[in-house]
Design a protein around this ligand. Structure first.
Ligand code: NZQ
Ligand code: ZN
Length: 381
């Protein structure tokens, strides 16, 4: 196990009716900017609950943080935040609203820097305090310090890191209005987050392995049940909790991580607007195929422990584990091939060239260059 430091300061407030806790948790001595997406919160009662809990607080609202939040939108919010002397931010919505808010909070604390420069640097030097009411189980953004921001002008999309949310309120009831494709994207994203931290090399930490495998098995068990009954409180509560736990530093203590699939997926989103979860369903099986030798030990462990594949040669078991992973994404309703979403070879070449020009080397072995990304995308055709 490698050395590590674990410090997740986000207060997680979970359960029915807990949005009302905003009254105690939000600061009374600061101007609060409440940020929203396109309006889903008006249709599911979340907006009303937030307004009621914050009655009497000094607030200003910013609407319109879009899915795959853009720096262009963030700049508008930053201008508004400056104008109003905002001192605290509350994101109300999905991962995109929260990620956008993370950049707004960071940019407001460093007025001399354009928000895109923060993204390019990969790290914010400071941030105003912020919190969230999370409405979509997927990204884990509610309990981590990462955010992913797009720039429409140049069709780019990159992650950056900042402070953690001060608190996040998760009421599983608010997920009842999620359309099926958002549930599918969320389940895919959470599964992919666990794989990115697990599917590297075996023997680094038994505890991390068992936690990750437990969460993967939980998702495999939950998915078909949620499909039949997306309004079951306990099912959605488990889904919401596993989403938060999958990317809150808990399952990556002392182990190497991959993240190449995410970086390639971000390119598909940046160039074609394809939803984040949908991009991962296409790229992950191909990453496993191309890197099967490097990941062989972990693929075999995953095959046995998660999918209960114990028969056949090593080669057969590795292959079956990859097939089962792709089938799992398909069972959620995802497409798993580039050809199914109309993405052709020009895009593959464009991504390979971008990666090669930027000299990237992703993955636990730092070997996913543009050339390897090309192989992965070709395997996803
Ligand atoms: O904009 P509104 O009207 O609110 O509607 C949203 C949006 O259209 C809707 N929605 C959210 N909650 C709802 C709901 N509709 C009905 N009922 C609800 N309860 O869902 C749509 C998608 O929302 P979005 O926030 O874009 O989805 P998600 O949470 O999957 O976030 C995706 C973004 O997060 C990034 C992705 O790259 C992408 O940009 N990620 C962030 C991470 C992080 N911060 O740690 C890690 C992830 O790997 C991911 O990269
Ligand atoms: Zn993700």
């Amino acid at each position: 196990m490698r050395n590590f430091e674990y410090h997740n300061p986000t207060r997680l407030v979970f359960g029915k009716g807990e949005i009302a806790r905003l009254t105690q948790l939000a600061p009374r001595d600061k101007k609060i900017m409440i940020t929203f997406g396109g309006g889903s919160v008006r249709r599911n009662g979340v907006y009303e609950q937030v307004k009621q809990a914050l009655a009497g607080f000094d607030t200003v609202e910013f609407w319109g943080i879009e899915p795959n939040p853009s720096v262009e939108t963030v700049r508008k919010a930053v201008a508004m935040g400056r104008e109003h002397g905002v001192g605290f931010l509350l994101a109300v919505g999905g991962g995109s609203v929260l990620d956008g808010t993370k950049l707004i909070a960071s940019a407001l604390a460093t007025p001399e820097v354009d928000p895109w420069q923060i993204v390019l640097k990969g790290k914010a030097d400071a941030a105003l305090p912020y919190a969230s009411v999370m409405t979509l189980p997927a990204t884990g953004s509610e309990m981590n310090n990462g955010a992913v921001i797009s720039r429409h002008e140049t069709q780019e999309k990159y992650p950056f890191y900042t402070s953690y949310p001060q608190f996040s309120i998760l009421d599983p009831q608010v997920t009842f209005t999620l359309p099926p494709e958002q549930i599918a994207n969320g389940l895919t994203d959470v599964y992919a987050h666990i794989l990115e931290q697990y599917m590297t090399t075996p023997g680094q930490s038994r505890l991390m392995d068992r936690w990750a495998e437990g969460m993967l098995m939980e998702l495999i068990e939950l998915a078909p049940k949620i499909r039949v009954n997306p309004h079951d409180y306990d099912l959605m509560a488990d889904f919401m909790l596993v989403a938060a736990m999958a990317l809150n530093d808990m399952i990556r203590m002392g182990v190497t991580e991959d993240w190449a699939t995410h970086m390639i997926g971000h390119e598909l989103t940046a160039l074609h607007g394809i939803a984040h979860g949908a991009s991962l369903a296409i790229v992950f099986p191909a990453t496993l195929r191309v890197l099967r030798e490097q990941k062989r030990g972990k693929l075999l462990q995953y095959a046995e422990r998660v999918w209960k594949i114990t028969q056949g040669s090593e080669e057969d078991r590795v292959e079956e584990a990859i097939v089962r992973t792709e089938e799992f994404f398909r069972s959620l309703g995802q497409k798993t091939r580039l050809s199914e979403v109309g993405i052709g070879d020009e895009t593959i070449e464009r991504i390979a060239t971008r990666f090669n020009e930027a000299h990237v080397a992703y993955g636990e072995a730092h070997n996913v260059t543009g050339d390897v990304a090309r192989k992965i995308l070709l395997a996803a055709r």
